[in-house]
Design a protein around this ligand. Structure first.
Ligand code: COA
Length: 159
């Protein structure tokens, strides 16, 4: 079974990686799909976001990292995914994710949305928080993978 894990990943955090690792265990192939939320102004280009995810997960035959434009439902159908997987951090995520799941179901009735609870140690984490801490010289140890920490700091602090 193929699952798609979509997100902005601007940048990828340890919270996303937690979902990636766990989701990969319940499918044959996980497609991590970098998309754009039109209401957000990303700090990292799509290519940079893909590179950071690839660097964080290393060589994996069961995980593909790519990008998509347009509707998630169309992309998922194109790649033959049975379901979309999303991480839920708190009740506050629920309403928005519920709406997205219903919209995607309306667009593509055969496509399911699965929710995975984020591990408790990452329930407070978001990409915006990482960016704000890094831009202001704070410590992002433990919030993003060690191997990409310096690239994230460099990008966010060099003007
Ligand atoms: N751990 C830590 N943080 C997490 C997390 C986890 N497990 N899961 C989500 N988050 C955070 C993200 O870092 C992000 O933080 P930010 O708001 O500070 O950037 C936030 O939760 C939102 O997550 P994300 O998964 O990136 O969702 P998004 O709302 O930005 O959605 C797309 C991005 C690409 C999935 C979405 O815009 C989309 O599907 N676009 C295509 C158009 C479409 O089909 N729309 C639906 C029909 S109208």
């Amino acid at each position: 079974m193929i699952l798609v894990y979509p997100g902005s990943f601007d940048p990828v955090t340890n919270g996303h990686l937690d979902i990636i690792e766990r989701a990969a265990c319940i499918c044959d192939k996980l497609i991590v799909a970098v998309g754009n939320n039109e209401s957000k102004k990303p700090a990292f280009t799509v290519e940079e976001r893909i590179e950071l995810i690839r660097a964080a997960i290393g060589e994996r035959e069961d995980i593909v990292v790519t990008s998509f434009t347009g509707l998630l439902a169309d992309f998922a159908k194109k790649v033959g995914a049975r379901a979309v997987i999303k991480g839920l951090r708190a009740m506050s995520d629920f309403e928005y994710e519920f709406q997205m799941a219903l919209l995607n179901k309306k667009l593509e009735p055969d496509l399911e949305t699965l929710f995975m609870m984020t591990s408790v140690q990452y329930s407070f984490l978001s990409s915006s928080a990482v960016k704000e801490i890094a831009r202001n010289g704070g410590n992002i140890d433990g919030l993003v993978p060690d191997g990409i920490k310096d690239r994230i700091i460099m990008k966010l602090t060099c003007r």
